[in-house]
Design a protein around this ligand. Sequence first.
Ligand SMILES: [Zn+2]
Length: 235
Amino acid sequence: MAKKQKIKKKPVKKHLKKTAKAKKVKIRNAKSKTISVASVNQNKRTIDSKKLLSLEEAEKYIYEAGGENGLKIFKYLIEKDVVEEGQLARKLGVEKINTIRKDLYKLFSKGLVAYIRKKRGKKAWYTYYWFANSDILILALKQEYQDEIDQINKAVDLNKVEEYYICPICNRVYDAKTALENDFKCSNCGNILTHIDTEKVLETKLERIRELEKKIAFLDKFVHKSRPPSVKNTR
Ligand SMILES: [Zn+2]
């Protein structure tokens, strides 16, 4: 707690100035924003990755973006914080750097990973350091849950005003007005209609909303824990 307060007290502008001066390291992400970050003395970003990925929707989301390899990469990055591209390939048993790049770019296009590039010594080329962008995953999942809540709410409103009857033989559904007109008999087979228990339907839906709200609250716990990554000065 005391640590957190100490960080907050730092004036932002001063911090950024110092940062840019210290080392020109750039973070690039899919939204093509470029941010300068300090290359030294930053806290390791602490996210309980196992907890975050315990949501079945989290794994599903990453899988849909980057397939099985993408999921492996994301899991590795979220645990190791920042990993150099070649090292990442070796650790995951990928022979060609281009193969891992292809998978990284799938995740990158969805904003799930980002990189820092850095010149090492006097070499002409850049070294790429990748990290998982867990905030993007959290935001996407929250949106998914909220969309489902909105959809359910629409449906629940309908259930509050409508009453339905069903034929237990041929499963035809009648609204209350039609059922009354038909003397509560099925116009197809003549069987007596049964009232559909909308209360039960409503309860099931409210239960799902409560479940989704819990998931959103669960995700909120992660948001302030993530910090920009750091790369130690290699020169
Ligand atoms: Zn019927």
